[in-house]
Design a protein around this ligand. Sequence first.
Ligand SMILES: [Zn+2]
Length: 408
Amino acid sequence: MSAIDPSPSARAADPPLGHAPGSPGSPGSLRAANQRRVVALLQQGGDAPVSQADIARTTGLAPATVSNIVRDLAAAGLVETTVGSGRRGTTVVIARGAGLVVGIDFGHRHVRVALGDLGGQVLAVDREALDPDHAHGDGLDLAGALLDRLLDRSGATRESIVNVGLGLPTPLAADGTVMAAAILPGWVGVNAELEAQRALGHPAHADNDANLGALAEHRRGAGRGHPNMVFIKVSSGVGAGLVLDGRLFRGAHGTAGEIGHLTLDEQGPFCRCGSRGCLEAYASVGMAQSALADQFPGAGIDQLVTAARQGNVSVLRMFEDAGLHLGWGLAMLANLINPSTIIVGGDMSRAGELLLESVRVGLRRHALASVSAKTTVTGAGLGDRASVIGALMLAMDRTELIPAAGLS
Ligand SMILES: [Zn+2]
């Protein structure tokens, strides 16, 4: 795997540019930059082959340049070509042998793991229940065991893995350290990237789970074609991932999108963050469970969704109230950044329209009329897999898939 840069690159903008061989402007760096454009295009195509002519047309590169780049990538074992017949010409896909990537998403009570190839194809996904108070090392060991099962199922081995993406329901510092995690107490102060790398033996890159959900929905889900969009994850915590001008917006220190702690009532109930009346205190799984503890002691969200569908008035009212508050918080955000769509994911979104309808009402009530009229509100296109697919994409983005310097 000499063609792939195994070092964990800096947590930076999306997509990352990696390390160019040669100084900027040198023939080597220009070649590398052109190779990256071709690779990025192939990755967008997923497992659908792209013709060399299409590559030239889309990238604006000369057909002869594309042909040289494809030849170099094929020589390095990174792409496979098929000589087609007729007008289609030679088609190109990222080679399965170029390596595999792993996405891991930790929630409050579960961990999900996804295995994918560098062409953007998801090969397998699975999940395991997890104790919310688990130590981070135990959580990573469980993710490792789950990964081995997925590899087994796909007929692959750990040697083929080149990069790991990790999603956590907490803000992360620039170096991957977990800043505050009432949701996952066993991770506070832990450098998630280093610990994951140590536990799994591969370079790991971590990000907030709502950011990863936004990334995945933007590229593959309900956010396709929306360069300005919000993904809000409503589970035990409430967080948003923001895509602005086609790029994930993380803010100066990585905490952008902490919408769950907007104050809706400063005399309201205490929140786990220490403040009062935060959005999260009105619209989260914890709120749902405590509000309905008398009628449904110990119920999980699925049980509550079922009760709502069967017409239980209290549960319907709970989802409606939660939706109105979410719409209120989202109205403040929508007034500020003017997204064209808001995608609601996370455990609470399993209620579907029972929640979304009142999110729209709350948005309409509190946003500028011109804003709410042009902002759609939908469920996640990738369902509850959005964050783990985003983790897979993070791992893919952080993999330098160009031939090492020296090839012509
Ligand atoms: Zn709070």
